[in-house]
Structure formats: C-alpha cells, structure tokens
Design a protein around this ligand. Structure first.
Ligand code: SF4
Ligand code: SF4
Length: 77
C-alpha cells in the first residue's frame, strides 16, 4: 500500500507555533516544519509542513482528524 500525505499550506494556520495538532497527533513523529520563503535577516511569519519520509507513515489518519482546518489529506492507494 502506498500512502501519501497532502498538506494544503493555504489552509494551515501556522505550524509549529500557532498550531501543531497534527505534529502532536502523529504516533510516528514524522512531520517536519520549515520556514516558507526564508530570507536572510528576515523573521519568518509563515511555516510549512511536510512528511519527508512517507514510507514511515502507518496510515492511521490521526493527523487528518486532528487538524481543525481540514488541511491534511491522507491518501491510501
Ligand atoms: S497518518 Fe498517522 S502516521 Fe501517517 S502522518 Fe498522519 S498521524 Fe502520522
Ligand atoms: S493541525 Fe492543521 S492547521 Fe494545525 S499545524 Fe497541522 S496542518 Fe496546520
């Protein structure tokens, strides 16, 4: 089974400082937050999420259920 995690940055209200419900919910701790459009000397006000190693995902969908904005979609194929 192939698992993909789709994260809609436009819906996410801001990981990891404003919300990190998905990161807390994941039993495999596989979410990574990184600055969006990072520029030297600038304070980052927007962070994005990704799951860089989707092979570690067990497809439990706890992240999807935990997200208050519906920003995460777990696709099992
Ligand atoms: S489906 Fe489960 S294991 Fe996969 S990223 Fe979401 S919470 Fe983590
Ligand atoms: S739970 Fe949803 S809104 Fe909160 S950080 Fe994760 S993706 Fe963003």
């Amino acid at each position: 089974m192939k698992i993909s995690i789709n994260i809609d940055d436009s819906k996410c209200i801001g990981a990891p400082y404003k919300c990190n419900k998905c990161m807390q919910a994941c039993p495999k701790v596989i979410f990574v937050a990184y600055p969006h459009n990072r520029q030297q000397g600038m304070i980052c006000d927007k962070w994005c999420l990704e799951v860089p190693i989707e092979e570690l995902c067990i497809g439990c969908r706890l992240c999807e259920k935990a997200c208050p904005e519906g920003a995460i979609q777990v696709i099992l194929a």
